[in-house]
Design a protein around this ligand. Structure first.
Ligand code: ZN
Length: 176
């Protein structure tokens, strides 16, 4: 258990120290989206652009706590090169992982949480019943699974979901 938590902490710190896709894209053609988390003072600025092949290119700016900035870095690495449809799937998966406590906070937009049963992530949908929550249904999330420990600290969930909400907003505004 502690070995896995150490690994997760290393992944988070690595993305915080060496953020991926940091910078800006020229607007236009890129679309700029800002996210702000007043609970913690985190800021995320996304520059989104679709390539000729329909894949996402993006850069990340902003500042804030290690959770918000490492989550933004991981998000950028995960969705770069994806289609908007694939990115939306990933947003849904990530927010599902984070929604257990976010919904309990009574905040959030509820859009992505509405179709998710509370606790579904942990209830053995994947057919695993070994009691190791870390191994459940998260394998397709790769490094993003490192952020699952954040759900233990509900006040930090907004930090982790900030960049993902900004991405969802950006995709909406791009109508894709
Ligand atoms: Zn934060």
């Amino acid at each position: 258990m502690s070995a896995l938590e150490d690994l997760y902490r290393e992944i988070i710190l690595d993305h915080y120290r060496s953020p991926r896709n940091r910078g800006e894209l020229e607007t236009p053609p890129a679309h700029r989206v800002e996210g702000f988390n007043p609970l913690c003072g985190d800021e995320v600025v996304l520059y989104l652009q679709l390539g000729d092949d329909g894949s996402i290119d993006l850069r990340v700016g902003g500042q804030g706590c290690s959770i918000s900035q490492s989550s933004a870095s991981m998000m950028s690495a995960a969705v770069k090169g994806c289609t908007p449809g694939q990115a939306r799937q990933l947003i849904k998966r990530f927010k599902s992982m984070m929604s257990i406590h976010e919904s309990a906070l009574g905040s959030g937009d509820g859009r992505d949480g509405a179709d998710g049963r509370p606790g579904a992530e942990w209830s053995g949908d994947g057919g695993l019943d070994d009691g190791d929550a870390a191994g459940r249904d998260l394998s397709d999330l790769g490094e993003l699974a490192a952020l699952q420990g954040v759900v233990k600290f509900p006040v930090r969930i907004k930090c982790a979901t900030l960049s993902w909400n900004a991405l969802a907003q950006g995709l909406d505004e791009l109508s894709c």
